[in-house]
Design a protein around this ligand. Sequence first.
Ligand code: PLP
Length: 435
Amino acid sequence: MPTPVERSLRVFPAGGNGEFNLPPELATVIVRGEGCRLWTSAGRQMLDFSMGWGSVLPGHAHPQVVEAVQRQLTSGTNFAHVTEQSLALAEDIIAASPACQSIRFCASGTEATMYCLRLARAYTGRPKVLKFEGAYHGAHDVGVASLFPAEPPDFPQTVSSSAGIDPGVEQHTLAAPFNDAEATAEILARHGHEIAGVIVEPLQRCLPPLPGFLQSLHSATRDCGALVIFDEVVTGFRLAYGGAQEYFGVIPDLVAYGKALGGGLPLGAFGGRQEVMELVREDRFDRDDYVWTASTLGGNPVSAAAARAALTIYRAEDVYRRLHGLGQYLRRNMTDVLAEYDVPAAILGDGPLAQIAFTAGEPRDYRSSRHADAPLARRLMLELFARGVFLNPMGTKLYLSLAHDEAACDEFCEVLTGALDAVLDRSRAAVRALA
Ligand SMILES: Cc1ncc(COP(=O)(O)O)c(C=O)c1O
């Protein structure tokens, strides 16, 4: 009888459903999860620092989410129409999100950013969009433009990080360096008349915005008439209940949500200023600026029920103080661990997020945060995985959840020490410290 892992290697390309890029000996099939742990078909328990790529912020199988889903299941799972669940959820999101006067649901973050970009083009009548090099906005063509270019072209040109992309996309997608307000303003001054919108991860991957960067970006777009789109798929309900808008104090024209919003079930949402969102009204179907949106499972009542339960959990007292405190604890301890080794490294992140960047300088954008030694970073990630930390070895971003605690972070740091011992030379750092 073939094992589940052997069967998965047979039916899935590379044995996976995307992105993990595990070698066959680490191929894994998950049986169940609880809190911040999961169990594999090989009977192994793993400490989860991926948490469904950050979608399961409450923790696996959180009783409130489970109960909400179970209750909804017996009343129907999808109507492709407004339900009491999706209506109440939309009201909750609008109350939380300063940018959202009006909202629609979809089923993923990819769809949410795609609709925001489409709305920006339709509203302004302009063809181009500006993104920041190294940012991810989902699997669509713009989302993977200059995502991880090996040889980045001169700004504002982009190069696709995927094959199979519509050739026109590179021409219509411009890139700026994250955290460089001057370079961004220059690109907007030169190309702004053609730019429909600027899409930004307010916390790009794990790179925090420099003070004033998002504000400068916002004001440069007012000068050229481009919309600002916050991709809050990661930051929404994670950095604060009001997301990056609340946390960094900048209100965009449009906003995209996913991940933590659904509490682990498939859900995306996009919203913004009323006059922009009006373009999706189907009673404007025959107008030139009508924007097509349709998502069969978007806002289905099961996902909406899970999301309402998740938002109730997030609204509890102390949640964000706890998430930030835990993130700081993890990053501080990871920094201490790394300091023992003879390797240039920085720990990036904010809120309940952390990432190791093997770089010598001060990481502030894609180019300065790229690993100086990418094979080393990969070896470390695979070593961590092999030692029982479930993470995405390609992404390297670590996600904490409300189920993690300091003990889980300590356990992670212990595994990190063992993994670093296996891939690096600690003795040289000790010698250097003595000298
Ligand atoms: C910032 C950001 N935007 C969009 C997406 C796409 O979301 P999804 O995978 O739900 O389509 C992701 C996914 O990782 C993301 O990190």
